[in-house]
Design a protein around this ligand. Structure first.
Ligand SMILES: *[C@@H]1O[C@H](CO)[C@@H](O)[C@H](O)[C@H]1NC(C)=O
Ligand SMILES: *[C@@H]1O[C@H](CO)[C@@H](O)[C@H](O)[C@H]1NC(C)=O
Ligand SMILES: *[C@@H]1O[C@H](CO)[C@@H](O)[C@H](O)[C@H]1NC(C)=O
Ligand SMILES: *[C@@H]1O[C@H](CO)[C@@H](O)[C@H](O)[C@H]1NC(C)=O
Ligand SMILES: *[C@@H]1O[C@H](CO)[C@@H](O)[C@H](O)[C@H]1NC(C)=O
Ligand SMILES: *[C@@H]1O[C@H](CO)[C@@H](O)[C@H](O)[C@H]1NC(C)=O
Length: 928
């Protein structure tokens, strides 16, 4: 070893970090911390804490608070994020020194093998951190009594890590962190009881990451914090928010270093990232410091050997090294980077004042000794240097969570019947050994989410009506609700997949719905109703408790069913044949009988419509009034042909006057009526075709395409102008009555065009009722109209407000979260809870102008005021929308940014000591 460490007796001890992620924190030096903080006040904007969730577990007081030692982050009680558990305080002796308020209380889970927290989230990458401070809360001296104290953590349906508090100082804090992809609108964290001590948790934190960060993290791979270190002269034990806007914990290195030959470097010059490199976003304040060695030394070693708190078996580690040359002269510094004896990166030379983050594209090292060595090469004049280091262990996310619809329906069931089952917690089917009692799940499609196929809630003390959620579960085959106290009638809904429905021994009354009876009679459903009042009136097989002989019943019903079906099919075929043969002739005959309108739009015959739509081949939409087909006129113009439903025809005496009105309406934001067809056989309207579809499709369109904020505002303005014209420029005013995103169409230049206006008036209330149900207009309905049936232009303003909220949030007017929620309420709740940025459509990726966002949300909420009189007119809406449009086009700014901070705010104060072997340890003194 010619160049190795001539001046040092024990060169390999140059750097040693032990105990790995099981870092201890103690708080006895907290007063010092406060003093230090006053001198390190930072300048500049604190970065956004939007999306941060910080739960102080076991806190009884529900009011959110800000911890003075973690500036700018709001903490709240965990009540409402978990069911069950007991709240505790740590022992009084440890109380005084706790630097974090959240360490003083905790929640323990003596009951149940799995207890889960549900953290609301947005889909995408997140950091989830759990902190544990035992603090002898139960007075049992449990960590020190010699017996194992070990419990587990799950992230979603997958094992994350074990928490091992055996032989642990009760005043110390352990944290566990995982970087994971939130699958949907929540992340669940579960504590697993291994039978070796009661699981507990002191704090739970969720921090959003950008999806470009840690590219090797995906829906099947998460990474668990093993070590994250900043080098150089860090004065704080942990560097976190606000220096790191993602609030990662960076352990300081210098506190544990006080042995020769370490040298620290620092600079005040900027240390840049390559443009577009957003992978790790190590804070600049961290990169401006580094550790190196005295020039006589040749290698440095990072020893993160597995401590008692990590399971060494099958360890797979992923190291990430962050280097930046911050020596102002132009030195030659080159080194090889090893893991144990494997050369990871040969002859590396750090760039000057620019960070290089070295990792092997997400490759994990199998069973490494967790010792990393930077070895100076022969050509190098200087020893190695390092600024920051991260190492993670692999968390496999192999177990899929239950289908989210099934989960939501089961949650509804649980809520409806107020079921307090101890293991109805976390994911219903996953992992298998923790699946909910009474459920049978289908895991057979290994690459698909498990589905619930059977629910057994027999003898569960259910009271009240039969909840409809069960019937919405499309894979549920077997439902046993026998021996409960269910009352009322059996609701009439379409059963989808049920094969067995056991409702025996309840208090059910009232007629059995036909939909269920038919399936039962057809042998498709094994219905059990004995022991219900309903059976005093009917005497049928399903009311006798003798088990049916299904095989004979099946044959007995299947034969007639098949025969009947055949007859039906033949009937339909016959009708079609007859229609095809004589339909058009009849159509022409009718044509002559009807008086044409004296308007200058074209009148089409049924045969012509058939021709231009190519025999009604391509359906482009379906609504309450009928089906819309794509067509091409003789001159090549594309049109949309809306064929009104047959049942509407007979009663639509208002149709012609309505067409007359529509033909007079001309505005660039209202769809143009090209023609119509009207006779006994055919009732249709022909419009210009809008190639970009409707706004609902555009807002919901996949993740790969999203309207920009500016485009959204322009479309909102277009729609508002169209409505303003109907309201203000027509006499009498035309009330659209069915404003919704599916009715806002987009031409090829993304100009918004309103369709379906006026139509509502042409139909009597029975039809508008159909329209609201069939077209899903629920959610857009003006509550005042609902109450008074007074139709005014303000009804449209209300619906427009909902449309605007959809444009902003990308959400549907009514959705599950996890209960059914109406969009305006959701937005109001989000805004009340914190930042307005939480409501913005995630697909905008923070690319929006903040002041226009605020304005648009205010305007939308103004439009959806309950009282019509409080809502603006469309004219006002138009002028308010216009005020932001120049702003968005000239000054498109991003709300996310990483403000530079000059110093870190510390979290835990610490000091280090050197043990007898001269190795420095990441351990802190307790002054107690
Ligand atoms: C470090 O480099 C020296 C010479 O440059 C070499 O002899 C030694 O084997 C290297 N160490 C490791 C662990 O490869
Ligand atoms: C790494 O640290 C552990 C724990 O202190 C120690 O036992 C081990 O000897 C160290 N390994 C090396 C190569 O320094
Ligand atoms: C806890 O147990 C350890 C080991 O038995 C003992 O040394 C210590 O004094 C105990 N502490 C308390 C507060 O009971
Ligand atoms: C997935 O589930 C199986 C069975 O429930 C379990 O044994 C396994 O540990 C789980 N895998 C992970 C990564 O959690
Ligand atoms: C937990 O920690 C204790 C004490 O350090 C250790 O002896 C034990 O092996 C650890 N248990 C596990 C499962 O890692
Ligand atoms: C139903 O309710 C009645 C009184 O409310 C009670 O006596 C009975 O035990 C209940 N039956 C079941 C099966 O829970």
């Amino acid at each position: 070893m010619p160049l190795a460490c001539k001046a040092l007796q024990k060169p390999k001890a140059a750097m040693a970090i032990i105990n790995s992620a099981s870092t201890k924190l103690r708080w006895i030096l907290a007063p010092l911390l406060v003093l230090a903080m006053t001198t390190t006040r930072v300048h500049g904007q604190p970065s956004s804490t939007s999306g941060f969730i910080s739960l102080d577990c076991g806190k009884r007081n529900n009011t959110p608070y800000t911890d003075s030692s973690i500036r700018g982050i709001q903490h709240q009680s965990d009540a409402g994020f978990v069911e069950g558990g007991l709240t505790h305080q740590i022992a009084a002796v440890y109380m005084a020194g706790a630097p974090y308020e959240s360490q003083k209380t905790l929640r323990s889970f003596p009951n149940g093998s799995r207890n889960c927290y549900t953290l609301p989230s947005t889909p995408g990458k997140k950091l989830v951190r759990a902190l544990f401070t035992y603090g002898d809360y139960d007075g049992l001296n449990r960590t020190m009594d010699g017996s194992p104290f070990l419990f587990g953590l799950h992230i979603g349906a997958n094992f994350w890590e074990a928490v091992n508090l055996t032989n642990w100082d009760p005043s110390s804090t352990i944290w566990k962190e995982v970087l994971t992809v939130a699958p949907g609108d929540s992340v669940s964290v579960c504590l697993i009881n291994f039978g070796t001590g009661t699981p507990f948790v002191s704090a739970l934190e969720l921090r959003p990451l950008q999806d470009s960060m840690y590219p090797f993290v995906n829906s099947s791979v998460s990474i668990s914090y093993f070590r994250r270190i900043r080098f150089g002269q860090a004065t704080d034990f942990i560097t976190r928010y606000p220096l790191d806007p993602y609030d990662r914990f960076w352990e300081g290195w210098s506190f544990s270093y006080n042995t020769y030959p370490w040298m620290t470097l620092n600079t005040s010059s900027p240390v840049r990232r390559l443009p577009g490199d957003n992978t790790f976003q190590v804070p600049e304040g961290i990169l401006q410091q580094a550790s190196t060695l005295d020039t006589n030394f040749s290698f440095l070693e990072i020893n993160v050997t597995v401590g008692p708190n990590l399971d060494a078996k099958n360890l797979e580690l992923l190291p990430i090294f962050h280097f930046a040359e911050i020596n102002s002269s132009n030195p030659s510094r080159r080194f090889d980077i090893y893991s144990d004896n494997e050369l990871l990166f040969p002859d590396f030379s750090p760039s000057r004042f620019q960070v290089d983050s070295m990792h092997q594209n997400g490759r994990f090292l199998h069973n490494p000794a967790a010792i990393f060595r930077l070895n100076r090469t022969r050509r190098s004049r200087l020893p190695p240097l390092i600024n920051a280091f991260e190492v993670y262990s692999l968390v496999r996310m192999d177990n899929l969570t239950t289908d989210s619809n099934d989960v939501n329906y089961m949650k509804e069931v649980k809520k409806h019947y107020n079921l307090a089952r101890i293991n109805w917690n976390g994911d219903p089917c996953s992992p298998r050994e923790y699946s909910w009692e009474g459920l049978t799940c289908d895991y057979s499609k290994s690459n698909q989410n498990p589905r619930i196929v059977a629910v057994n809630l027999s003898t569960s003390g259910l009271k009240g009506g039969l909840v409809i959620s069960f019937m919405n579960m499309v894979s549920l085959e077997n439902l046993d609700l026998s021996h409960n106290n269910l009352t009322g009638a059996i609701p009439d809904y379409q059963i989808k997949s049920l094969k067995v429905l056991d409702l025996s021994y309840n208090q059910l009354d009232g007629p059995i719905p036909d939909s269920i009876l038919q399936r039962s009679h057809a042998g498709l459903l094994d219905l059990r109703l004995e022991g219900n009042p309903i059976c005093s009136k009917v005497k049928d097989t399903y009311c006798s408790n003798k088990k049916k002989k299904t095989s004979t019943v099946l044959i007995a019903v299947i034969v007639p069913v098949v025969l009947v079906s055949l007859l039906v099919v033949m009937g339909i075929l016959w009708k079609l044949y007859w229609k095809g043969k004589s339909g058009d002739d009849e159509d022409y005959a009718m044509y002559e009988e009807e008086t044409p309108l004296h308007i200058d739009i074209r009148r089409f015959t049924y045969a012509e419509l058939k021709l231009i739509t190519n025999n009604f081949q391509s359906i482009i939409g379906k609504g309450g009034f009928g089906i819309v087909y794509h067509g091409t006129l003789e001159n090549g113009d594309e049109v949309a042909v809306k064929v009104l439903m047959e049942t509407s025809i007979a009663e639509s005496t208002d149709f012609l006057p309505e067409v007359q009105t529509l033909s007079k309406v001309h505005h660039k934001n209202l769809v143009t009526l090209q023609g119509y067809c009207q006779n006994k056989k055919c009732l249709a309207l022909v419009y210009d075709f809008m190639p970009r579809g409707n706004l609902q499709q555009l807002l919901k369109g996949g993740d790969d395409y999203s309207l920009t904020w500016e485009q959204r505002l322009y479309i909102a303005l277009d729609a508002a102008q169209g409505l303003e014209y109907l309201h203000e420029s027509c006499t009498p005013s035309i009330v659209h009555r069915d404003v919704k995103t599916p009715n806002i169409l987009l031409d090829k230049n993304l100009v918004g065009v309103i369709s379906d206006f006026g139509l509502s008036r042409a139909f009597n209330d029975a039809h508008t009722h159909i329209s609201t149900v069939a077209a899903g207009t629920l959610g857009y309905l003006d509550p005042e109209y609902h109450a008074t049936f007074q139709l005014t232009v303000k009804t449209d303003v209300y619906s427009f407000g909902i449309v605007l909220l959809e444009i902003i949030t990308g959400q549907s007017p009514v959705f599950m979260d996890p209960q059914t929620v109406h969009l305006p309420n959701w937005v109001r709740q989000k805004i009340a809870k914190g930042s307005i940025h939480d409501v913005v459509d995630r697909r905008l990726l923070d690319q929006y102008d903040v002041s226009s966002l605020q304005g648009a949300v205010d305007l939308a909420l103004n439009c959806v005021e309950n009282a019509a009189i409080d809502r603006p007119t469309m004219t006002e809406v138009v002028s308010r929308l216009k005020t932001w449009l120049p702003a968005v086009s000239t000054d498109k700014q991003s709300t996310s940014g990483t403000p530079r901070l000059s110093n870190a705010e510390s979290s835990f104060q610490s000091s280090g000591y050197t043990d007898g072997n001269g190795m420095s340890q990441a351990t802190i003194f307790s002054g107690r």
